[in-house]
Design a protein around this ligand. Structure first.
Ligand code: ADP
Length: 386
């Protein structure tokens, strides 16, 4: 408890853009996040007052950080699960709990659990050798998708492999693998929900996530022309997964739309890129909702504020430097698209790195998409051709 405010203290492990935007949502709730940052210049560490710089893999650092917190939550899923369990054994309130987070940390554990629940997933198998992969491909055909069970993000740790020779090179790497059938994806969707320890659940509309080279570049809310029944199915599925796995906080369920229906790709148990649009596009943003959920407050209304909301990511590149004239571009972007909202994360520019996003709202998908894409392209490249 913070003596000055009479309110509980929320600690977040990790100080990237998700923490930065959660901190922003915390302010009107009388909150100020306590952060465990890797570096003093992490995006969120630059804007929050109560920052500890330390290694989240060090049990002593974690224990000391958690001591003053009423609840501990995460901006990423890299904290080793046994260390989270150790915090729980010390009676620290951690949300999501280690027992749930496990399924966002390990794709093999996730596939096993979801398959057990009868949730539709791509066909998959754990593999340790090229022979295992080839045996799997006998059933599904080539290519197949090899994934590391842990540690992947933005398409790193995912390989589409054409034959057993390629598979052999990858499984030789020092990691645990699973193989999946190569799904015919019509498009990628995300169903984002929140669940509180009390058991309340809330869902946002299902969105389309547009991917380029394994990185999400754009999110359209709601997913255009998605069949109403499928949208409801995806929302119910996400709420059911949250309840069955005991997720607390925000849960993003990444989905593949295929000719034969929806399949679950993966789970994230934290605010997620596919719901950044909720900052302007919903009565309650995912960041406020995550805080409400981990504090076991009642959840907020998720009604959209516009018929269509589009979020476009700002991806750094091609050089490791701040684009020349970025300040001038911000100025011109604001002048040209006064309705577009700019979010910059205070991160160092690196090729392909998410350094910010823009959001546009309106009535018509093509127009709103066009404005968001043009504003994003202009900010990053100085031109409007995306
Ligand atoms: P990450 O953990 O890096 O986000 P994902 O498992 O989400 O990895 O995979 C990244 C991307 O690779 C997905 O967004 C999708 O485009 C593609 N992909 C993943 N699994 C499959 C699959 N089984 N079939 C076809 N494409 C896939």
């Amino acid at each position: 408890m913070d003596e000055r405010t009479g309110l509980p203290v929320v600690g977040m492990i990790g100080a990237g853009q998700l923490a930065r935007m959660t901190h922003q949502a915390a302010i009107p709730l009388g909150q100020s996040l306590r952060l465990l940052a890797e570096r003093a210049d992490d995006g969120a560490a630059l804007v929050a007052a109560d920052v500890v710089v330390g290694d989240y893999r060090d049990p002593d650092v974690l224990r000391a950080f958690a001591r003053g917190c009423d609840v501990v939550t995460f901006d990423h899923e890299h904290v080793p699960n046994d260390l989270i369990r150790a915090l729980e054994a010390d009676a620290v309130r951690v949300h999501p709990r280690a027992s749930a987070l496990r399924f966002a940390q390990d794709k093999r554990a996730m596939r096993e659990r979801l398959t057990g629940l009868g949730v539709p997933c791509p066909r998959w198998a754990p593999v340790t050798s090229a022979e295992d992969v080839a045996r799997f491909a006998d059933d599904t055909g080539w290519p197949v998708v090899l994934k590391t069970a842990r540690g992947g993000y933005d398409g790193k740790g995912v390989w589409v492999v054409a034959d057993a020779d390629e598979a052999a090179k990858i499984v030789a790497l020092d990691a645990e693998f699973l193989v999946e059938e190569h799904v015919g994806i019509v498009r990628e969707l995300a169903a984002v929900v929140a669940r509180s320890p009390f058991g309340q659940g809330a869902a946002w509309p299902v969105v389309e996530t547009v991917q380029r080279q394994g990185i999400c570049v754009e999110v359209i809310a709601p997913a255009p022309d998605l069949d109403e029944e499928q949208a409801e199915e995806a929302q119910s599925l996400a709420l059911r997964i949250a309840a069955e796995l005991g997720v607390t906080g925000v849960l993003a369920v990444e989905l593949f739309e295929t000719a034969d229906g929806l399949l679950v790709n993966e789970l994230a148990m934290r605010p997620h890129n596919s719901a950044h649009w909720t900052i302007e596009g919903s009565r309650t943003s995912q960041f406020e909702q995550h805080l409400r959920a981990v504090l076991d407050y009642p959840l907020g209304d998720t009604t959209p504020t516009a018929r269509v909301t589009v979020m476009a990511n700002l991806l750094g590149g091609p050089e490791d430097v701040v684009p020349k004239g970025i300040d001038e571009r911000v100025h011109h972007c604001m002048a040209r698209w006064p309705d577009v909202k700019i979010h910059l994360y205070g991160k160092q520019f690196r090729p392909g790195r998410k350094v910010g996003h823009v959001t546009a709202l309106g009535n018509d998908v093509a127009t709103v998409r066009g404005r968001a894409a043009s504003a994003a392209a202009y900010l990053m490249n100085g031109d409007t051709a995306s």
